[in-house]
Design a protein around this ligand. Structure first.
Ligand SMILES: *[C@@H]1O[C@H](CO)[C@@H](O)[C@H](O)[C@H]1NC(C)=O
Ligand SMILES: *[C@@H]1O[C@H](CO)[C@@H](O)[C@H](O)[C@H]1NC(C)=O
Ligand SMILES: *[C@@H]1O[C@H](CO)[C@@H](O)[C@H](O)[C@H]1NC(C)=O
Ligand SMILES: CC(=O)N[C@H]1CO[C@H](CO)[C@@H](O)[C@@H]1O
Length: 379
C-alpha cells in the first residue's frame, strides 16, 4: 500500500505516541566498504558545498562565558579520509504475495502470477500472534490456531498475524508477518471523553498530532554527513528547529530516553540496575500523559532483544500504549530463517520499514477522526 505523509497534521487531532529506535539499521548504514579511496574524498568535498549545513559562518554553536561548543565542519579535511560511501540495503529477494488493506489480509494474485507458483498456488492461512494481558514476561507470545484457508482475502480480528501460503498440494511456500490497526472500543471511549475535556481547557492553544522518531547511535555531525536528504527534508520542508548545544545526558540509549520521556534523570526516577526485575508500568511517561488527554498512543521499536526498556530490564508487563507491537516484533525476530541481508530484510521490507508502517497505518486509519504518531534520537 502506498501512503502519503501529510505535510501538516490537522489542528484538532489526537496523538499516537510512537517511540521507535532503529539501532541496527543505523549501524548498517555505517558499515564500511573497503574499496577505492581517492575519488571518495572529492565526492564528499563537492557534497559539502551543497549540503544543508546551517550556521556555517559562526565559530561556535554555543558561545557563552562558561560554555563554548565549537561549530565543527562535518566535512573538515581531517575527517574526509575516514568517510565511506553508505550502502543501500535492498530487500528485493522475495515478492510479497500477501498485503494489508485496512482490516483485511489479501492475496496479491498479480504477484502470484509472477511467481514460480503461478500454476500450483493454493491458499493461505494466518495465525494470530497473541500475548495474554495477564502474562508478565515481556518476551512472551504465542501463536493461536491457524485460520481457515483463504485464497482471496480475509477480515482480521487480530492486530498481529503470521501468514503461511501453500501450494494446492499443501506444501508451504511462503511466510510473512502483518500488523493491522483495529480500533479498540475502550480506547475510543477513553479518547473521546478525555479529548473533549482536554479541548475545553482554556489555556490550550493547539491539539496537534505528535510523532517522535529516534535514530539511535548517530551524532549530529554524522547525520550531516550521511543523512543529507533526511536533514534537508527536516530543515526545508518541515522547518525543523535544531537544538544545537543540547547534549546527551550520559551513555547509552536508556539513560537518555528516560529523561526525554519521563522528564527526570534516571537517579531521580529513581531507578538503578538493582531494579532490573521491576517493570516500567507505573511511571508517568509522556505517552501516558498524552493518553489521559485523549490521544491514542503507540510505541514501536525495532531490535526487540536490545530494546530500551527491555535489555537487561523487565520491560513493560502491561502494554504501555494503546498500540504496542513488542510481542509481534519478538515473534518475527525469532523466525531467523525468514530474514536475509544480515537480518535487515523480511520478504520485501526492512525491519525499520515494518515498524514505521505500523505508525503510518495508525495515522492513516484514524486520520479521519483524530490522531498522533511518534518514533527515536541520537545517542
Ligand atoms: C501486487 O503485486 C504486483 C506485482 O508484484 C505489484 O506491482 C502490486 O503493487 C501489488 N499490489 C499490492 C496491492 O500490493
Ligand atoms: C491468564 O488468564 C487465562 C485465562 O483467563 C488463564 O487460563 C491463565 O491461567 C492465566 N495465566 C496467569 C499466569 O495468570
Ligand atoms: C478459491 O477457493 C474456492 C473454495 O474455497 C475455490 O472454489 C476456488 O476455485 C479457489 N480459487 C482459486 C483461484 O484457487
Ligand atoms: C552521500 C551523498 O549524497 N553523496 C553524493 C555526493 O555527490 C556525488 C556527486 O554529486 C553523488 O554521486 C553522491 O551520491
Amino acid at each position: 500500500m502506498r501512503y502519503k505523509i501529510p505535510r501538516h497534521f490537522g489542528r484538532y487531532c489526537r496523538i499516537i505516541g510512537v517511540v521507535l529506535f532503529v539501532v541496527c539499521t543505523v549501524r548498517v548504514l555505517f558499515e564500511y566498504h573497503s574499496d577505492g579511496t581517492s575519488d571518495r574524498k572529492e565526492m564528499y568535498i563537492s557534497n559539502h558545498s551543497n549540503s544543508p549545513y546551517q550556521k556555517s559562518d559562526v565559530p561556535y554553536l554555543v558561545d557563552t562565558e562558561t560554555c563554548k561548543i565549537p561549530n565543527i565542519n562535518p566535512f573538515d579535511p581531517s575527517v574526509l579520509l575516514y568517510l565511506r560511501q553508505g550502502r543501500k540495503i535492498s530487500c528485493n529477494k522475495h515478492l510479497p504475495i500477501t498485503y494489508e488493506d485496512g482490516s483485511r489480509l489479501c492475496i496479491n494474485w498479480t504477484a502470484v502470477d509472477q511467481s514460480p507458483w503461478r500454476e500450483t498456488f493454493g491458499f493461505c492461512r494466518y495465525q494470530a500472534i497473541y500475548r495474554p494481558l495477564n502474562i508478565t514476561d515481556h518476551d512472551f507470545y504465542k501463536y493461536l490456531e491457524p485460520s481457515k484457508e483463504f485464497n482471496v482475502s480475509i477480515e482480521m480480528k487480530d492486530d498481529f498475524v503470521r501468514v503461511f501460503c501453500y501450494t494446492n498440494g499443501g506444501g508451504k511456500i511462503y511466510t510473512n508477518y502483518h500488523q493491522f490497526i483495529l480500533l479498540k472500543d475502550d480506547v475510543e471511549a477513553r479518547c473521546s471523553k478525555s479529548f473533549q475535556k482536554h479541548k475545553n481547557n482554556k489555556d490550550l492553544r493547539e491539539t496537534l498530532n505528535v510523532i517522535m522518531i529516534g535514530v539511535d547511535s548517530i551524532s549530529r555531525l554524522n547525520f550531516m554527513r550521511y543523512m543529507q536528504k533526511t536533514r534537508s527534508y527536516l530543515l526545508n520542508d518541515l522547518e525543523a528547529v535544531e537544538l544545537t548545544g543540547y547534549n546527551k545526558v550520559a551513555d547509552n540509549t536508556f539513560v537518555n530516553i528516560v529523561p526525554m520521556t519521563l522528564g527526570k534523570f534516571l537517579e531521580e526516577v529513581p531507578w538503578n540496575e538493582k531494579m532490573n526485575k521491576t517493570p516500567f508500568d507505573n511511571y508517568n511517561f509522556i505517552w501516558k500523559q498524552f493518553g489521559s488527554r485523549g490521544y491514542r498512543t503507540l510505541y514501536a521499536e525495532d531490535a526487540p532483544s536490545i530494546a530500551i526498556f527491555d535489555y537487561l530490564k523487565a520491560g513493560f508487563h502491561k502494554p504501555p500504549t494503546d498500540y504496542f507491537n513488542r510481542h509481534f516484533s519478538v515473534a518475527m525476530t525469532a523466525d531467523r530463517k525468514s530474514w536475509y541481508n544480515s537480518h535487515h530484510c523480511l520478504v520485501n521490507k526492512m525491519e525499520t520499514e515494518i515498524m514505521l508502517d505500523y505508525v503510518i497505518n495508525l495515522y492513516l486509519y484514524t486520520n479521519t477522526v483524530h490522531t498522533w504518531l511518534s518514533p527515536s534520537l541520537p545517542d
